[in-house]
Design a protein around this ligand. Structure first.
Ligand code: AHR
Length: 496
Protein backbone atom coordinates (compact mmCIF):
# COMPACT_ATOMS: atom_id res chain seq x y z
CA UNK A 1 0.00 0.00 0.00
CA UNK A 2 1.41 3.42 -0.90
CA UNK A 3 1.28 6.41 1.42
CA UNK A 4 -1.20 9.17 0.67
CA UNK A 5 0.51 12.09 -1.02
CA UNK A 6 0.35 15.87 -0.92
CA UNK A 7 1.87 18.84 -2.73
CA UNK A 8 3.12 22.01 -1.08
CA UNK A 9 3.83 24.86 -3.49
CA UNK A 10 6.26 27.59 -2.44
CA UNK A 11 6.71 30.85 -4.31
CA UNK A 12 9.01 33.39 -2.66
CA UNK A 13 7.25 36.18 -4.57
CA UNK A 14 3.84 35.24 -3.17
CA UNK A 15 4.26 37.07 0.12
CA UNK A 16 1.67 37.83 2.79
CA UNK A 17 3.62 40.33 4.89
CA UNK A 18 6.76 40.81 6.93
CA UNK A 19 6.71 38.57 9.99
CA UNK A 20 6.73 40.68 13.15
CA UNK A 21 9.38 39.12 15.43
CA UNK A 22 7.12 40.10 18.37
CA UNK A 23 4.77 37.23 17.55
CA UNK A 24 7.39 35.10 19.29
CA UNK A 25 6.82 36.68 22.69
CA UNK A 26 5.84 35.25 26.07
CA UNK A 27 3.82 36.09 29.15
CA UNK A 28 4.96 35.90 32.79
CA UNK A 29 2.45 36.47 35.59
CA UNK A 30 2.65 36.59 39.36
CA UNK A 31 0.62 33.41 39.46
CA UNK A 32 1.43 30.05 41.01
CA UNK A 33 5.09 29.24 40.38
CA UNK A 34 5.77 31.26 37.26
CA UNK A 35 7.80 34.00 38.95
CA UNK A 36 8.62 32.48 42.35
CA UNK A 37 10.20 29.01 41.95
CA UNK A 38 10.13 29.47 38.17
CA UNK A 39 12.17 32.48 37.12
CA UNK A 40 13.28 33.53 40.60
CA UNK A 41 14.22 31.11 43.38
CA UNK A 42 17.14 32.25 45.55
CA UNK A 43 17.13 28.95 47.49
CA UNK A 44 17.59 26.76 44.39
CA UNK A 45 21.03 25.22 43.73
CA UNK A 46 20.59 26.71 40.22
CA UNK A 47 20.09 30.29 41.44
CA UNK A 48 22.57 32.97 40.37
CA UNK A 49 23.81 35.71 42.72
CA UNK A 50 20.55 37.65 42.23
CA UNK A 51 18.23 34.70 42.79
CA UNK A 52 17.41 34.04 39.12
CA UNK A 53 17.27 30.41 38.02
CA UNK A 54 20.24 30.07 35.66
CA UNK A 55 18.95 26.78 34.19
CA UNK A 56 15.56 28.34 33.43
CA UNK A 57 17.16 31.43 31.87
CA UNK A 58 19.22 29.18 29.60
CA UNK A 59 16.12 27.29 28.44
CA UNK A 60 14.24 30.55 27.90
CA UNK A 61 17.11 31.78 25.75
CA UNK A 62 16.65 28.70 23.55
CA UNK A 63 13.08 29.88 22.95
CA UNK A 64 14.35 33.31 21.98
CA UNK A 65 11.33 35.23 23.23
CA UNK A 66 11.36 38.68 21.62
CA UNK A 67 9.25 40.27 24.35
CA UNK A 68 7.75 39.24 27.71
CA UNK A 69 4.41 40.60 28.94
CA UNK A 70 4.30 41.20 32.72
CA UNK A 71 3.04 41.21 35.56
CA UNK A 72 -0.37 39.73 34.65
CA UNK A 73 -2.97 38.48 33.84
CA UNK A 74 -5.68 38.64 36.42
CA UNK A 75 -3.01 39.50 39.00
CA UNK A 76 -2.49 42.85 37.28
CA UNK A 77 -5.96 44.12 38.17
CA UNK A 78 -5.23 44.17 41.92
CA UNK A 79 -1.53 45.08 41.74
CA UNK A 80 0.00 48.24 43.14
CA UNK A 81 3.30 48.52 41.30
CA UNK A 82 4.75 50.58 44.18
CA UNK A 83 4.62 47.42 46.35
CA UNK A 84 7.21 45.77 44.12
CA UNK A 85 9.94 48.44 44.02
CA UNK A 86 12.50 49.68 46.55
CA UNK A 87 14.34 47.83 49.30
CA UNK A 88 13.12 44.24 49.42
CA UNK A 89 12.85 44.13 53.21
CA UNK A 90 10.39 47.02 53.10
CA UNK A 91 8.05 45.53 50.50
CA UNK A 92 4.67 44.39 51.83
CA UNK A 93 3.42 40.80 51.98
CA UNK A 94 -0.10 40.89 50.63
CA UNK A 95 -3.14 38.70 50.19
CA UNK A 96 -3.35 38.47 46.41
CA UNK A 97 -7.01 38.21 45.46
CA UNK A 98 -6.95 36.98 41.86
CA UNK A 99 -5.28 33.67 42.79
CA UNK A 100 -5.86 33.76 46.56
CA UNK A 101 -2.16 33.49 47.19
CA UNK A 102 0.40 35.33 49.31
CA UNK A 103 2.42 37.84 47.30
CA UNK A 104 5.76 38.64 48.90
CA UNK A 105 6.70 41.32 46.36
CA UNK A 106 10.30 40.14 46.39
CA UNK A 107 10.14 40.33 42.60
CA UNK A 108 8.86 43.52 41.00
CA UNK A 109 9.37 45.87 38.08
CA UNK A 110 13.14 46.29 38.46
CA UNK A 111 13.77 42.56 38.90
CA UNK A 112 11.65 42.01 35.79
CA UNK A 113 13.73 44.50 33.83
CA UNK A 114 16.90 42.69 34.98
CA UNK A 115 15.37 39.39 33.90
CA UNK A 116 14.57 40.79 30.44
CA UNK A 117 18.16 41.88 30.07
CA UNK A 118 19.42 38.46 31.09
CA UNK A 119 17.39 36.68 28.40
CA UNK A 120 17.85 39.50 25.88
CA UNK A 121 14.19 40.32 25.42
CA UNK A 122 11.97 43.41 25.43
CA UNK A 123 9.57 44.14 28.31
CA UNK A 124 5.83 44.68 27.82
CA UNK A 125 4.38 46.17 30.98
CA UNK A 126 0.73 46.14 32.01
CA UNK A 127 -0.98 48.93 33.95
CA UNK A 128 -3.71 48.08 36.45
CA UNK A 129 -7.07 49.40 35.23
CA UNK A 130 -9.05 47.26 37.71
CA UNK A 131 -8.34 48.70 41.16
CA UNK A 132 -5.75 51.06 39.70
CA UNK A 133 -6.50 54.60 38.61
CA UNK A 134 -5.23 56.41 35.56
CA UNK A 135 -2.82 58.42 37.66
CA UNK A 136 -1.02 55.30 38.96
CA UNK A 137 -0.84 54.04 35.38
CA UNK A 138 0.79 57.28 34.23
CA UNK A 139 3.17 57.27 37.23
CA UNK A 140 4.47 53.86 36.23
CA UNK A 141 5.32 55.24 32.78
CA UNK A 142 7.17 58.07 34.50
CA UNK A 143 8.98 55.59 36.81
CA UNK A 144 10.02 53.43 33.86
CA UNK A 145 10.74 55.94 31.12
CA UNK A 146 11.29 59.51 32.34
CA UNK A 147 14.70 61.10 32.86
CA UNK A 148 15.49 61.94 36.48
CA UNK A 149 14.36 65.26 37.93
CA UNK A 150 10.75 64.46 38.88
CA UNK A 151 9.12 62.38 41.60
CA UNK A 152 8.77 58.90 40.10
CA UNK A 153 11.88 59.05 37.92
CA UNK A 154 13.84 60.10 41.00
CA UNK A 155 12.24 57.25 42.93
CA UNK A 156 13.59 54.85 40.29
CA UNK A 157 17.05 56.40 40.62
CA UNK A 158 16.87 56.11 44.42
CA UNK A 159 16.19 52.38 43.91
CA UNK A 160 19.48 52.10 42.04
CA UNK A 161 18.31 52.51 38.42
CA UNK A 162 19.31 55.95 37.20
CA UNK A 163 18.78 55.43 33.49
CA UNK A 164 15.25 55.29 32.12
CA UNK A 165 14.33 51.86 30.77
CA UNK A 166 12.53 53.11 27.67
CA UNK A 167 9.76 50.50 27.89
CA UNK A 168 8.01 50.69 24.53
CA UNK A 169 5.06 48.28 24.80
CA UNK A 170 2.26 48.65 27.37
CA UNK A 171 -1.05 46.87 28.09
CA UNK A 172 -4.06 48.91 29.20
CA UNK A 173 -5.24 46.44 31.83
CA UNK A 174 -6.11 42.77 31.44
CA UNK A 175 -9.28 40.96 30.33
CA UNK A 176 -11.49 43.81 31.48
CA UNK A 177 -14.51 42.17 29.78
CA UNK A 178 -14.43 39.27 32.27
CA UNK A 179 -16.73 39.31 35.32
CA UNK A 180 -13.93 37.40 37.14
CA UNK A 181 -11.60 40.36 36.69
CA UNK A 182 -10.89 42.47 39.77
CA UNK A 183 -12.59 45.79 38.96
CA UNK A 184 -14.30 44.42 35.82
CA UNK A 185 -15.95 47.15 33.74
CA UNK A 186 -18.60 47.37 31.07
CA UNK A 187 -17.28 48.09 27.59
CA UNK A 188 -18.19 51.78 27.68
CA UNK A 189 -16.69 52.29 31.16
CA UNK A 190 -13.49 50.50 30.18
CA UNK A 191 -13.28 52.34 26.87
CA UNK A 192 -13.49 55.70 28.59
CA UNK A 193 -11.00 54.76 31.33
CA UNK A 194 -8.53 53.22 28.89
CA UNK A 195 -8.70 56.30 26.66
CA UNK A 196 -7.89 58.64 29.56
CA UNK A 197 -5.09 56.36 30.80
CA UNK A 198 -3.67 56.20 27.26
CA UNK A 199 -3.72 59.99 27.01
CA UNK A 200 -1.77 60.47 30.24
CA UNK A 201 0.65 57.64 29.52
CA UNK A 202 1.45 59.02 26.07
CA UNK A 203 1.88 62.51 27.46
CA UNK A 204 4.66 61.09 29.65
CA UNK A 205 6.19 59.28 26.70
CA UNK A 206 4.73 59.78 23.22
CA UNK A 207 6.88 56.97 21.82
CA UNK A 208 5.10 54.18 23.71
CA UNK A 209 2.77 51.69 22.02
CA UNK A 210 -0.46 50.68 23.73
CA UNK A 211 -2.55 47.52 23.63
CA UNK A 212 -6.26 47.81 24.40
CA UNK A 213 -8.09 44.87 26.05
CA UNK A 214 -10.17 43.06 23.51
CA UNK A 215 -12.34 40.07 24.36
CA UNK A 216 -10.80 37.48 26.68
CA UNK A 217 -12.22 34.62 24.59
CA UNK A 218 -14.58 33.92 21.73
CA UNK A 219 -16.76 32.16 24.34
CA UNK A 220 -17.68 35.49 25.95
CA UNK A 221 -21.29 36.50 25.25
CA UNK A 222 -19.99 40.02 24.56
CA UNK A 223 -17.57 38.84 21.82
CA UNK A 224 -17.03 40.62 19.41
CA UNK A 225 -19.32 43.49 20.38
CA UNK A 226 -16.96 44.37 23.24
CA UNK A 227 -14.14 44.77 20.73
CA UNK A 228 -16.14 47.09 18.48
CA UNK A 229 -17.27 49.18 21.39
CA UNK A 230 -13.91 49.66 23.13
CA UNK A 231 -12.25 50.36 19.79
CA UNK A 232 -14.78 53.07 19.03
CA UNK A 233 -13.82 54.78 22.28
CA UNK A 234 -10.06 54.41 21.90
CA UNK A 235 -9.16 53.76 18.26
CA UNK A 236 -6.85 56.70 17.65
CA UNK A 237 -5.25 56.49 21.11
CA UNK A 238 -4.04 52.86 20.87
CA UNK A 239 -1.88 50.71 18.63
CA UNK A 240 -3.03 47.15 19.27
CA UNK A 241 -6.21 45.31 20.18
CA UNK A 242 -5.54 42.30 22.36
CA UNK A 243 -7.15 38.89 21.99
CA UNK A 244 -6.88 35.85 24.23
CA UNK A 245 -7.79 32.21 23.72
CA UNK A 246 -7.00 28.90 25.39
CA UNK A 247 -7.56 25.75 23.32
CA UNK A 248 -9.29 22.79 24.97
CA UNK A 249 -10.00 19.13 24.36
CA UNK A 250 -12.50 18.42 27.14
CA UNK A 251 -14.49 16.09 24.87
CA UNK A 252 -11.36 14.06 24.08
CA UNK A 253 -12.16 14.56 20.39
CA UNK A 254 -8.62 14.60 19.05
CA UNK A 255 -9.71 14.84 15.42
CA UNK A 256 -11.41 18.18 16.10
CA UNK A 257 -8.76 19.35 18.54
CA UNK A 258 -6.07 18.70 15.96
CA UNK A 259 -7.96 20.98 13.57
CA UNK A 260 -7.96 23.93 16.01
CA UNK A 261 -6.26 26.18 13.43
CA UNK A 262 -9.75 26.76 12.01
CA UNK A 263 -10.79 28.40 15.29
CA UNK A 264 -7.62 30.50 15.56
CA UNK A 265 -7.93 31.69 11.99
CA UNK A 266 -11.58 32.66 12.33
CA UNK A 267 -10.92 34.60 15.56
CA UNK A 268 -8.29 36.69 13.78
CA UNK A 269 -10.54 37.16 10.74
CA UNK A 270 -13.42 38.43 12.90
CA UNK A 271 -11.24 40.88 14.78
CA UNK A 272 -9.41 42.04 11.65
CA UNK A 273 -12.87 42.82 10.23
CA UNK A 274 -13.79 44.68 13.41
CA UNK A 275 -10.62 46.78 13.16
CA UNK A 276 -11.44 47.66 9.55
CA UNK A 277 -15.05 48.49 10.42
CA UNK A 278 -14.10 50.87 13.23
CA UNK A 279 -11.35 52.52 11.19
CA UNK A 280 -13.83 53.19 8.38
CA UNK A 281 -16.58 54.33 10.74
CA UNK A 282 -14.29 56.84 12.45
CA UNK A 283 -12.75 57.94 9.12
CA UNK A 284 -9.39 57.31 10.80
CA UNK A 285 -6.04 57.32 9.05
CA UNK A 286 -4.49 55.38 11.95
CA UNK A 287 -3.87 51.62 11.94
CA UNK A 288 -4.51 49.34 14.88
CA UNK A 289 -3.26 45.74 14.62
CA UNK A 290 -3.71 42.64 16.76
CA UNK A 291 -1.81 41.44 19.82
CA UNK A 292 -2.66 37.84 20.76
CA UNK A 293 -1.16 38.41 24.16
CA UNK A 294 -2.37 35.18 25.81
CA UNK A 295 -2.56 31.93 23.87
CA UNK A 296 -1.91 28.28 24.64
CA UNK A 297 -3.58 24.95 25.30
CA UNK A 298 -5.16 24.93 28.77
CA UNK A 299 -7.92 22.61 29.99
CA UNK A 300 -6.47 19.81 32.12
CA UNK A 301 -5.48 21.62 35.31
CA UNK A 302 -7.92 24.14 36.72
CA UNK A 303 -6.51 24.59 40.22
CA UNK A 304 -6.73 28.36 40.55
CA UNK A 305 -6.81 29.05 44.27
CA UNK A 306 -3.57 29.15 46.21
CA UNK A 307 -5.42 28.87 49.53
CA UNK A 308 -3.34 31.77 50.84
CA UNK A 309 0.05 30.13 50.32
CA UNK A 310 3.21 31.43 48.63
CA UNK A 311 3.96 30.14 45.12
CA UNK A 312 1.28 27.42 45.03
CA UNK A 313 1.15 24.83 42.24
CA UNK A 314 -1.51 26.42 40.02
CA UNK A 315 -2.49 25.25 36.52
CA UNK A 316 0.71 23.31 35.90
CA UNK A 317 -0.62 21.78 32.71
CA UNK A 318 1.23 18.72 31.41
CA UNK A 319 1.56 18.92 27.63
CA UNK A 320 1.35 15.97 25.26
CA UNK A 321 1.90 15.34 21.57
CA UNK A 322 -1.50 16.61 20.40
CA UNK A 323 -0.99 19.81 22.41
CA UNK A 324 2.36 20.34 20.67
CA UNK A 325 0.65 19.95 17.29
CA UNK A 326 -2.03 22.47 18.25
CA UNK A 327 0.69 24.92 19.31
CA UNK A 328 2.49 24.36 15.99
CA UNK A 329 -0.74 25.11 14.10
CA UNK A 330 -1.27 28.24 16.13
CA UNK A 331 2.17 29.42 15.03
CA UNK A 332 1.31 28.48 11.43
CA UNK A 333 -1.73 30.74 11.76
CA UNK A 334 0.45 33.57 13.10
CA UNK A 335 2.48 33.38 9.89
CA UNK A 336 -0.59 33.09 7.67
CA UNK A 337 -2.08 36.16 9.39
CA UNK A 338 1.18 38.11 9.54
CA UNK A 339 -0.46 41.11 7.86
CA UNK A 340 -2.62 41.91 10.89
CA UNK A 341 -1.11 39.97 13.80
CA UNK A 342 1.93 41.81 15.11
CA UNK A 343 2.34 40.61 18.72
CA UNK A 344 1.63 37.24 20.34
CA UNK A 345 2.61 36.08 23.84
CA UNK A 346 2.70 32.41 24.75
CA UNK A 347 0.92 32.11 28.11
CA UNK A 348 2.86 31.47 30.18
CA UNK A 349 6.62 30.86 30.13
CA UNK A 350 7.46 28.78 33.24
CA UNK A 351 5.42 26.29 35.34
CA UNK A 352 2.00 27.93 34.82
CA UNK A 353 0.63 26.52 31.51
CA UNK A 354 4.18 26.64 30.26
CA UNK A 355 6.76 24.99 28.00
CA UNK A 356 9.10 24.62 31.01
CA UNK A 357 8.43 22.96 34.37
CA UNK A 358 10.72 23.19 37.39
CA UNK A 359 11.45 21.57 40.72
CA UNK A 360 13.91 23.23 43.08
CA UNK A 361 16.79 21.34 41.49
CA UNK A 362 15.33 20.16 38.18
CA UNK A 363 13.79 21.39 34.96
CA UNK A 364 11.74 19.77 32.21
CA UNK A 365 11.09 20.83 28.62
CA UNK A 366 7.49 19.99 27.73
CA UNK A 367 6.29 18.93 24.25
CA UNK A 368 5.15 22.46 23.33
CA UNK A 369 8.68 23.78 23.89
CA UNK A 370 9.84 22.47 20.52
CA UNK A 371 7.38 23.94 18.01
CA UNK A 372 7.81 27.35 19.62
CA UNK A 373 11.60 27.00 19.50
CA UNK A 374 11.62 26.09 15.81
CA UNK A 375 9.30 28.89 14.71
CA UNK A 376 11.13 31.42 16.84
CA UNK A 377 14.45 30.32 15.34
CA UNK A 378 13.55 29.87 11.68
CA UNK A 379 10.50 32.01 10.84
CA UNK A 380 12.22 35.23 9.84
CA UNK A 381 11.67 37.77 7.08
CA UNK A 382 8.44 37.43 5.15
CA UNK A 383 5.53 35.08 5.45
CA UNK A 384 4.65 33.26 2.22
CA UNK A 385 1.24 32.35 0.91
CA UNK A 386 1.65 28.57 0.65
CA UNK A 387 -0.55 26.55 -1.67
CA UNK A 388 -1.16 23.10 -0.17
CA UNK A 389 -2.97 20.21 -1.84
CA UNK A 390 -3.52 17.60 0.83
CA UNK A 391 -5.79 14.68 1.67
CA UNK A 392 -8.69 15.78 3.86
CA UNK A 393 -10.56 14.58 6.93
CA UNK A 394 -13.98 15.15 8.47
CA UNK A 395 -14.08 16.79 11.93
CA UNK A 396 -17.05 17.22 14.27
CA UNK A 397 -16.25 20.83 15.15
CA UNK A 398 -14.87 22.29 11.94
CA UNK A 399 -16.25 20.06 9.17
CA UNK A 400 -13.97 19.09 6.32
CA UNK A 401 -10.30 19.98 6.97
CA UNK A 402 -7.01 19.28 5.17
CA UNK A 403 -4.74 16.77 6.91
CA UNK A 404 -1.77 19.08 6.42
CA UNK A 405 -1.53 22.52 8.01
CA UNK A 406 1.30 24.62 6.60
CA UNK A 407 3.11 27.95 6.62
CA UNK A 408 6.42 29.22 5.27
CA UNK A 409 8.90 32.05 5.62
CA UNK A 410 11.52 33.55 3.35
CA UNK A 411 14.10 36.05 4.48
CA UNK A 412 15.34 38.18 1.56
CA UNK A 413 18.16 39.54 3.74
CA UNK A 414 19.74 36.11 4.27
CA UNK A 415 18.13 33.99 1.56
CA UNK A 416 17.02 31.55 4.30
CA UNK A 417 13.62 29.93 4.10
CA UNK A 418 11.62 27.52 6.22
CA UNK A 419 8.48 25.48 5.68
CA UNK A 420 6.42 24.40 8.69
CA UNK A 421 4.09 21.41 8.30
CA UNK A 422 1.71 19.70 10.73
CA UNK A 423 0.38 16.29 9.72
CA UNK A 424 -2.92 15.96 11.59
CA UNK A 425 -3.51 12.38 10.52
CA UNK A 426 -3.46 9.98 13.46
CA UNK A 427 -2.69 7.00 11.24
CA UNK A 428 -1.15 7.96 7.91
CA UNK A 429 2.33 8.93 6.84
CA UNK A 430 1.94 11.47 4.04
CA UNK A 431 4.51 11.77 1.27
CA UNK A 432 4.66 15.50 0.58
CA UNK A 433 6.25 16.95 -2.53
CA UNK A 434 7.58 20.41 -1.81
CA UNK A 435 7.61 22.26 -5.11
CA UNK A 436 9.32 25.64 -5.49
CA UNK A 437 7.57 27.75 -8.10
CA UNK A 438 10.32 30.39 -8.03
CA UNK A 439 13.93 30.62 -6.85
CA UNK A 440 14.24 26.98 -5.85
CA UNK A 441 17.18 26.46 -3.47
CA UNK A 442 19.95 24.03 -4.44
CA UNK A 443 19.32 22.01 -1.35
CA UNK A 444 17.31 21.60 1.79
CA UNK A 445 19.73 22.24 4.66
CA UNK A 446 18.07 20.19 7.38
CA UNK A 447 14.71 18.77 8.36
CA UNK A 448 13.53 18.79 11.97
CA UNK A 449 10.72 16.51 13.02
CA UNK A 450 8.65 16.13 16.19
CA UNK A 451 6.57 12.97 15.93
CA UNK A 452 4.93 10.48 18.27
CA UNK A 453 2.25 7.89 17.47
CA UNK A 454 0.41 8.46 20.77
CA UNK A 455 -1.57 11.72 21.01
CA UNK A 456 -1.36 11.59 24.81
CA UNK A 457 2.38 10.87 25.12
CA UNK A 458 4.17 13.48 27.27
CA UNK A 459 7.59 14.17 28.74
CA UNK A 460 8.19 13.40 32.41
CA UNK A 461 11.14 13.99 34.72
CA UNK A 462 11.89 10.25 34.41
CA UNK A 463 11.53 10.23 30.60
CA UNK A 464 12.27 13.82 29.51
CA UNK A 465 12.78 12.95 25.83
CA UNK A 466 9.60 11.04 25.07
CA UNK A 467 8.64 13.99 22.87
CA UNK A 468 11.81 15.43 21.38
CA UNK A 469 12.75 16.53 17.87
CA UNK A 470 15.01 14.56 15.56
CA UNK A 471 17.19 16.11 12.87
CA UNK A 472 17.02 14.49 9.46
CA UNK A 473 19.72 15.10 6.87
CA UNK A 474 19.34 17.74 4.19
CA UNK A 475 18.67 16.77 0.57
CA UNK A 476 19.37 17.99 -2.91
CA UNK A 477 16.49 19.87 -4.53
CA UNK A 478 15.98 18.08 -7.83
CA UNK A 479 14.03 19.85 -10.56
CA UNK A 480 12.72 22.37 -8.03
CA UNK A 481 11.27 19.62 -5.83
CA UNK A 482 11.92 17.38 -2.82
CA UNK A 483 9.73 14.70 -1.29
CA UNK A 484 9.46 14.52 2.49
CA UNK A 485 7.80 11.75 4.52
CA UNK A 486 5.52 13.22 7.17
CA UNK A 487 4.70 10.64 9.86
CA UNK A 488 1.25 10.65 11.48
CA UNK A 489 0.87 13.18 14.31
CA UNK A 490 3.99 15.07 13.36
CA UNK A 491 5.39 18.56 13.03
CA UNK A 492 8.12 19.03 10.43
CA UNK A 493 10.34 22.01 9.68
CA UNK A 494 12.14 22.06 6.34
CA UNK A 495 14.93 24.65 6.23
CA UNK A 496 16.57 25.84 3.02
O1 AHR B 1 -2.84 32.89 32.08
C1 AHR B 1 -3.73 32.61 33.13
C2 AHR B 1 -4.89 33.59 33.20
O2 AHR B 1 -5.73 33.39 32.10
C3 AHR B 1 -4.54 35.04 33.14
O3 AHR B 1 -4.23 35.57 34.38
C4 AHR B 1 -5.80 35.67 32.62
O4 AHR B 1 -5.55 36.86 31.91
C5 AHR B 1 -6.43 34.58 31.79
O5 AHR B 1 -7.76 34.43 32.06
Amino acid sequence: MTNPSARIYIDVNRTISDISPLVFSGFAEHMGRCIYQGIYEPSSPHADANGFRADVLAALRELNFRMIRYPGGNFLSGYNWLDGVGPKDQRPRRRELAWQSIETNQFGTNEFMQFCKLIDTKPMLGVNLGTGDISAAASLVEYANAPTGTKYADLRASHGYKDPYGVEYWCLGNEMDGPWQIGHLEAREYGLKAREAAKMMKWHDPSIKLALCGSSSTHMPTYPEWDRSVLEHCYDAVDYLSLHYYAQNHENDSTSFLASAAQFESQIDTLAGTLRYVKAKLRSKHDVTLSWDEWNVWYKDHLMSGNWSEAPHLIEEVYNQEDALVVAQWLNVFLRKADVLKIACLAQIVNVIAPILTTTDGMLRQSIFYPFMFFSRYATGQSLDVLTQSPRTETKKYGDMPLLDTSASYDPATGNSAIFIVNRSQTETIAADIVWQSEAPQQVKAIYQLAHPDVKAANTYEHPDTIAPVTLPGMVVDGGKVTVALPPLSFTVVTA
